[in-house]
Design a protein around this ligand. Structure first.
Ligand code: CP
Length: 305
């Protein structure tokens, strides 16, 4: 039985390198054999206080492929939060109805708080600009699958490195595998110091750029991100940077043969549609990998794998 049984997943730093590899290996099993009726009789709650397509639906899909039931809401507007109920009361109530709670919330730190008050495990499906650990695991799965290793890759992260929670989690995880980091952003959206300190403390290198074209020839993974308009305190500041980076197919000509373009999605305009047909575009397969990873997480945390 895994030591992850019954444990919440709030930050990717809750997991060791061995824990991460165990989840990736279990996800491979689900990719090979997706329909396994191991969740019969289990109820999973999915509480989304913030919009989502991929994370919410891939979790729901994961539960259904495993034969479990899912309850919850896709918007705070349809729950008693709208009437002023606190997060603590919501979690304590829903924990009476479920074996595991998946939660997305716009407030940084909300998932940690929920895990501290909840009698059932919490999986953080994104808390503000802080962490998105399940996206991180599917990103790692996608990197390992396309590069045949997680070790010593050159990864370029492009766009909103300040508010983009997926890159924060991914840098912390890849620091366990000796990655070389290339951070491309406008000056106002640089990677937070706390994340850069994480890289330094791991004895690794990072380089900062403002031009996307500087990193295309050196990257094994080109990790594009959306500028997160909803997190800007001043909409005028968003207007200044919203079109900073747009990847077009012709720009990939001098990329490495093994290079893949990843994006957590949704995209707005940062990858043009002509990239979609390039074999180096991997973002829709990446989203598909999310189902296997979420099956692995649910099964492991419930002690069924
Ligand atoms: N990648 C991701 O979190 O997408 P959604 O916001 O659609 O869930």
């Amino acid at each position: 039985m895994s030591k992850l049984k019954g444990k919440s997943l709030v930050s990717i730093t809750d997991y060791s390198k061995d824990d991460i590899l165990r989840i990736l290996d279990t996800a491979e099993e689900f990719e090979a054999n997706q329909r396994q009726n191991i969740l019969n009789g289990y109820v999973i709650a999915s509480l989304f206080f913030e919009p989502s397509t991929r994370t919410r639906l891939s979790f729901e899909s994961a539960v259904q492929y495993l034969g479990g039931s899912i309850i919850g809401f896709a918007s705070a507007d349809t729950s008693s939060v709208k009437k002023g109920e606190t997060l603590k009361d919501t979690i304590l109530t829903v924990s009476n109805y479920s074996d595991l709670i998946i939660m997305r919330n716009p407030m940084d730190g909300s998932a940690r708080y929920a895990s501290e008050v909840s009698p059932v495990p919490i999986i953080n499906a994104g808390d503000g600009a802080n962490q998105h650990p399940t996206q991180c695991l599917l990103d790692l799965y996608s990197i390992r699958k396309t590069q045949s290793t997680l070790d010593n890759i050159d990864i370029a992260m492009i766009g909103d490195l300040k508010y983009g929670r997926t890159v924060h989690s991914l840098v912390q995880a890849l620091s366990l595998f000796g990655a070389k980091f290339h951070f491309v952003s406008p000056d106002s959206l640089k990677m937070p110091s706390s994340v850069k300190t994480w890289v330094k403390n791991a004895g690794l290198e990072y380089h900062q750029y403002t031009e996307l074209t500087d990193v295309i020839p050196i990257a094994d993974i080109l990790y594009m991100t959306r500028i997160q308009g909803e997190r800007f305190p001043d909409p005028l500041e968003y207007e200044k940077v919203k079109n900073s980076y747009i990847l077009e197919n012709a720009m990939l000509e001098n990329s490495k043969d093994n290079m893949k373009v990843l994006h957590p999605l949704p995209r707005v305009n940062e990858i043009t549609e002509d990239v979609d047909d390039n074999p180096k575009a991997y973002y829709f397969q990446q989203a598909k990998n999310g189902v296997y990873i979420r099956q692995a997480l649910i099964a492991t945390i419930l002690g069924l794998k």
